[in-house]
Design a protein around this ligand. Structure first.
Ligand SMILES: [Fe+2]
Ligand SMILES: [Fe+2]
Length: 240
């Protein structure tokens, strides 16, 4: 509704100031103005689409929330406090399903080959790929030891070490992708290809998770945060 009013106002202004003397000018202006309006509509539709970097960055947000849970598990277990082993296992399974088998596969299938083809950031891409593989092994170690952290000192030690290794690698890994790799994507592909990558990624998301894959992952990690008292964001505000 607002857009239509603006269009009419624009139309009247242009007609009155520039082309009022011409007999058929209003019809011409009308077509031009509506064409402009259509362009604006198309633009705003496109703006609603999630771009590949935005998509991948918000998935990193899910990963970061898992890292917070791992951080807390390490701190509590190291202080000989209890921590629900099922939450650690569920985090590792969420990482396998959402990060390793989906998010990283998207990076490996849709982004990395394009950087190699463009001969850009190839060393970084090689390191990121190596870290994906290392991360998968670390997650397997977390899964192997998590269930026994309450009863076996060795398993607790292994689990803490594995979670620590995972956090140590993934914080700089994701930060490097967010600040160096993803912003560069627009420079190495055409606008059409950039949009096509977004569509391919969306298709993959639907194939893998059905509807609302991202929203489900966010809900899952929020539920895990609630179980271990990490959901309330206010607890992290410093008291100054
Ligand atoms: Fe990655
Ligand atoms: Fe990533």
């Amino acid at each position: 509704m607002t857009k239509l009013l603006v269009t009419k106002r624009d139309l009247m202004h242009v007609a009155a100031t520039t082309l009022a003397p011409a007999v058929f000018a209003p019809a011409i202006i009308t077509r031009t103005a509506f064409a402009e309006e259509n362009k604006k509509e198309e633009k705003s539709d496109t703006a609603e689409e999630v771009t590949p970097p935005e998509d991948l960055m918000r998935e990193h947000g899910v990963l970061d929330r898992v890292l917070l849970i791992y951080d807390t598990a390490i701190r509590r277990l190291s202080a000989n406090e209890d921590f629900d082993p099922a939450v650690i296992s569920d985090c590792a399974k969420l990482v396998q399903d959402f990060i390793e088998n989906y998010h990283e596969k998207s990076e490996e299938d849709f982004l990395f080959p394009r950087f190699r083809k463009a001969n850009q950031l190839t060393d970084l891409v090689a390191t990121l790929l190596e870290q994906h593989q290392a991360g998968r092994n670390v997650t397997l170690n977390i899964l192997k030891s998590a269930a026994r952290v309450r009863g076996e000192a060795g398993a607790k030690h292994d689990c803490i070490n594995a979670m620590h290794a995972f956090i140590t690698m993934y914080r700089p890994h994701a930060a490097r992708e967010d600040t160096v790799l993803f912003p560069k994507l627009r420079d190495i592909v055409s606008g059409h290809e950039f949009d096509a990558i977004g569509e391919e990624m969306e298709k993959r998301e639907h194939q893998h998770f059905g509807e609302d894959g991202f929203e489900k992952a966010v809900a899952h990690v929020a539920e895990l945060e609630r179980k271990v008292g990490l959901y309330d964001l206010k607890q992290f505000t410093p008291k100054i």
